[in-house]
Design a protein around this ligand. Structure first.
Ligand code: AGP
Length: 609
């Protein structure tokens, strides 16, 4: 997810582009750039780092142009760097482009451009192929060249194009990535999202999929996929920019909770090839390597560590390899059984958490092979790894990790299947069945998002408690820990998570009249055990909210309230059972008047020990 913006008109494009990008940084902030038409040439200014870095570099140059395009990046292909930043310019400098999305067939297009046209590529990005393709097809008609290039591209893209030989025209195309046009007086704009142009106009054209837009300073023409020009009514924007960045949600945390189905989709489907097998661009593990390993270590912090707990169960169940999970701040000061027969898996949303990074480097010293599950492309953890599984959750702004967690879970399920496949320990039929099951989880997650009203009601009843317990068995213990962490970091309520079987060994002493216990009972083979644990705390006066799979009505006899999630394979319930728990923490925090996106005492990435 990146942010794109474009301007054509009577004013200086530089300030408008940078201002527009500043409203899109929530979409990506690892590098930024602009391309301008100045005195017969296309000039590109692009730098790694936050937008301010770009602004500081171009401001003293006093640049002036009436047409330009700008981009703020969230890397997917190619680490954040000056050369991988956008805009990208074509091989003879005739075309400059910006892009949000992923070109799925970029490798084939790149080979064709190199073999057939001898083009030298500058960057590691998928995007650069677009600039070269358009120039290859350019015959004094930019629209035609863009259409011919688009016909060769597969994937998702919102692109903006300017050309050296047509300085009065800007072209934009939309396919499965957001694109809007801002209509002004003697000027027009393109952008990924409305906030980028709200300072200049409230007249917007919403561009549909497979539409191509040709903009001059006085006119906007929209063409459908058949090249027919179409009319589109202006949409008058009435709300403010800040609200828009959250796409209408009150907080980034709630927006990101709702982005989980898409995160699961992108993380899974972009890695299934035509034969239905997983293909991992940055994982080179093979059978020989795997046979050398006698153990797997998973090391991380906070929510990522909780994903590791689920990952352990998935790898042990599906690939039959023993796994040790440890918190990073303990791992690196312990004497772990790590050597060159160890596969070390680091998990991190930010990829910059120091304890995880240092643990990774320590394991490397001990000879381990490093695989990391990371959300930020090109982050330190990714750079120091031998193999990388990028979770495609997009930028996570809320401090409380939500969508990164569920994409980390998806990554572990996929990795476990991949290891089983490499080992040859799983038949193709079972492998394919698991992939089908994983593919159903996106919809089940979307269904689970529809129960927020019920959770809001429970939160409104319980937000005044100063201690809340979570309990479960098996996989539900791992989600009990994650749920308790979410509640702690958002509501500041003292919360404890416990393996339900441990209750009678001490913790039950804390249970008294009115104590709130949230009991996760999604594991069919442990269901009866959980029902008796619920009876135990009920007998001491607890108020019990149970989480169960659709169809387990019996639990209504023992619990005070039941939250149902869709029925699925026991191993996969964490992908959806955590969602009502994220909602609960969110609504309790709201009731207590907390700053949900920036909770006290916490940082999004902990870069100190
Ligand atoms: C989770 O909501 C917290 N923000 C925190 O526990 C976080 O998971 C932990 O700091 C690890 O961060 P990372 O995934 O970026 O490494």
């Amino acid at each position: 997810m990146c942010g794109i913006v474009g301007y054509i008109g009577h004013r200086n494009a530089v300030d408008i582009l940078i201002d527009g990008l500043s409203k899109l940084e929530y979409r990506g902030y690892d590098s930024a750039g602009i391309a301008l038409y100045i005195a017969g040439d296309l000039e590109v200014y692009k730098y790694k780092g936050r937008l301010q870095n770009l602004a500081d570099k171009v401001e003293p140059l006093q640049l002036s142009a009436n047409i330009g395009i700008g981009h703020t990046r969230w890397a997917t292909h190619g680490e954040p760097s000056d050369v991988n930043a956008h805009p990208h310019i074509s091989y003879q400098g005739k075309v400059a482009i910006i892009h949000n999305g992923i070109i799925e067939n970029y490798a084939q297009l790149k080979d064709w451009l190199i073999d057939e046209h001898g083009i030298e590529f500058q960057s590691e990005t998928d995007t650069e192929v677009i600039a070269h393709l358009i120039e290859v097809f350019y015959e004094d008609d930019l629209l035609d060249a863009v259409n011919r290039a688009v016909r060769r591209m597969e994937g998702a893209y919102a692109i903006g194009v300017i050309a050296q030989e047509e300085p009065d025209t800007m072209i934009a195309v939309r396919k499965d990535s957001p694109l809007i046009v801002g209509v002004g007086d003697n000027e027009n704009f393109i952008a990924s999202d409305i906030p980028a142009i709200l300072n200049y106009t409230r007249d917007v054209l919403l561009i549909e999929n497979d539409e191509v837009v040709v903009l001059t300073k006085d006119e906007v023409q929209i063409y459908d996929s058949l090249g027919q020009e179409i009319e589109r009514d202006i949409y008058q924007v009435t709300w403010d920019a800040a609200a828009a960045e959250k796409e209408g949600y009150a907080h980034f945390t709630m927006k990101e909770i709702h982005e989980q189905p898409k995160g699961l989709h992108d993380t899974l489907h972009r890695r299934i090839d035509a034969e239905g097998n997983f293909k991992f661009e940055h994982i080179a593990l093979d059978k020989a390597m795997l046979e050398k390993f006698n153990r797997i270590y998973i090391v991380a912090c906070g929510t990522a560590y909780h994903a590791g707990l689920v990952g352990k169960r998935a790898i042990e169940k599906l690939a039959g390899i023993p796994v040790i999970v440890d918190i990073a701040s303990e791992f690196r000061y312990s004497e772990p059984f790590v050597d060159d027969k160890t596969l070390f898996i680091a998990v991190s949303q930010s990829g910059e958490t120091l304890d995880t990074l240092q643990s990774l480097r320590y394991a490397k010293q001990l000879g381990a092979r490093i695989l990391s599950i990371v959300n930020v492309v090109g982050s330190s953890v990714a750079r120091d790894s031998d193999d990388i599984f990028y979770t495609w959750a997009g930028p996570e702004i809320g401090v409380a990790s939500t969508k990164a967690f569920t994409t980390q879970l998806m990554a572990f399920y996929m990795l476990a299947l991949h290891l089983a496949k490499i080992k040859g320990s799983m038949k193709d039929e079972e492998y394919n069945q698991w992939i089908e099951k994983l593919a159903t989880m996106e919809q089940l997650a979307a269904d689970t998002l529809t129960i927020d009203a019920q959770i809001q009601k429970i939160a409104a009843e319980q937000f005044n408690n100063e201690s809340i317990f979570f309990m479960g068995r098996g996989l539900d213990v791992d989600i009990a820990f994650e749920s308790s962490l979410k509640l702690k970091e958002l509501s500041y309520i003292n919360s404890l998570a416990i393996a339900a079987g441990e209750l009678k060994h001490g913790t039950i002493a804390l249970i008294q009249e009115g104590t709130v216990v949230i009991a996760l009972a999604t594991q069919a083979h442990l269901y009866e055990k959980m029902v008796s644990n619920i009876r135990e705390v009920k007998a001491r006066g607890a108020y019990v909210v149970a989480i169960a799979q659709e169809g387990n009505r019996a639990i209504e006899d023992v619990a005070d309230d039941v939250i149902y999630i869709g029925a699925c394979d026991n191993l996969l319930t964490p992908l959806i059972s955590v969602i009502p728990m994220q909602y609960f923490a969110y609504y309790v925090a709201l009731q207590r008047g907390n700053d949900v996106d920036k909770p006290r005492n916490l940082a999004k990435s902990v870069t100190v020990e």
